[in-house]
Design a protein around this ligand. Structure first.
Ligand code: F6P
Length: 348
């Protein structure tokens, strides 16, 4: 039976991490387990850095954004001797089980460690991007969508006053979940996402048609992973000129500016850009995310208790279930056409 449980948060932070830590730790402590926090994601296990997680440490953290454990994008498979160090430190710290809270990268490492070394790990699906398979929703996503929706609402009034086109760039990496959901909630006039890339020309046509109908402002929501797509078939990805991270990801960002230039040139309408950036990941989680994170945390503690390693807490409809970690990271969960159709019904 697991007696000493570690909890780790990896990858980009997101609102609700502390709620998971609190719930998983609390249920484990009640069962008489000892709980420790691993510092800064997989880096903490590579370096052997853990901190106690007792009742005092987890008090008052439910509404707090970020993670009290810190996080990094460390990939032990890309660090010299990283995997051996993880296994050694896990043993030396006297750990019997690990709760890994993360997205495709963190959970990808967890799944691989479990498959290759029978590592006793369970997962919790985290990311504002909502791009993890094997769960209907990840926690953190609802908060990000709420922040973007509020921003779109605010941009409406200034767009209207100045007769401008406002381009709002949101995160989401290679999926358009945040753009589609906040665009629907905020009443965007055009939404551009990687999965269903409408062309720049189509977007301009929607804006022009709208203006012909007497509306003199437009809100365009663009997902950072959208590739500038033209009627000619040309596609251009906009990325930052920095090295890939340890998981091989490019750093996205900048599509808003590139798109705004195209729209202004083609339509002649004055266009401005807002890049919401890390504001989308900051601050307190919504009530919905706190509840989801809490349910996930309890489920993770139960999976540890039942020694059902290699599994991940998962939302299926309204129920918390569990799924194989390997399924969660097998492929990205992209926005299906029927969701984009909902958004599209309000274009122009
Ligand atoms: O995966 C979450 C996310 O916020 C993405 O939407 C975004 O592309 C990326 O992380 C940004 O990463 P960083 O915090 O390293 O700039």
């Amino acid at each position: 039976m697991a007696t000493r449980v570690g909890i780790l948060t990896g990858g980009g932070d997101c609102p609700g991490l502390n709620a998971v830590i609190r719930a998983a730790a609390r249920r484990s402590l009640v069962r008489g387990y000892e709980v420790v926090g691993v510092r800064e994601g997989w880096r903490g296990l590579v370096d052997g850095r853990v901190v106690p997680l007792g009742p005092r440490e987890i008090t008052g953290i439910l509404p707090r954004g970020g993670t009290i454990l810190g996080t990094t994008r460390t990939n032990p498979y890309k660090v010299d001797g990283g995997v051996d160090a993880v296994l050694r430190n896990f043993g030396e710290q006297g750990l019997d089980a690990l709760v890994a809270i993360g997205g495709e990268d963190t959970l990808g490492v967890a799944a691989r460690l479990h498959a290759e070394h029978d590592f006793p790990v369970v997962g919790v699906p985290k990311t504002i991007d909502n791009d993890l398979s094997a769960t209907d929703y990840t926690f953190g996503f609802d908060t990000a969508v709420s922040i973007c929706t509020e921003a779109i609402d605010r941009l409406h009034t200034t767009a209207e006053s100045h007769n401008r086109v406002m381009v709002v760039e949101v995160m989401g990496r290679h999926t358009g979940w945040i753009a589609v959901m906040s665009g629907i909630a905020g009443g965007a006039d055009v939404i551009m996402i990687p999965e269903h890339p409408i062309t720049v020309e189509e977007a301009c046509k929607e804006i022009q048609a709208r203006h012909r109908r007497g509306k003199d402002f437009s809100i365009v929501v663009v997902s950072e992973g959208y590739r500038l797509t033209f009627a000619s078939g040309e596609q251009r990805e906009v990325t930052q000129e920095v090295p890939l991270d340890q998981f091989g990801h490019v750093r996205l960002g900048g599509i808003g500016e590139a798109l705004a230039q195209e729209i202004e040139e083609r339509t002649g309408f004055e266009t401005r850009v807002t890049v919401l950036g890390h504001v989308q990941r900051g601050g307190s989680p919504t009530a919905r995310d706190r509840i989801l994170a809490t349910r996930f945390g309890l489920k993770a503690a139960d999976l540890v208790h039942e020694e059902r390693f290699g599994r991940m807490a998962s939302l299926q409809g309204n129920e918390i279930e569990d799924m194989p970690l390997a399924d969660a990271v097998a492929e990205l969960k992209t926005v299906p056409p029927h969701w984009y159709d909902v958004a599209r019904a309000f274009f122009g």
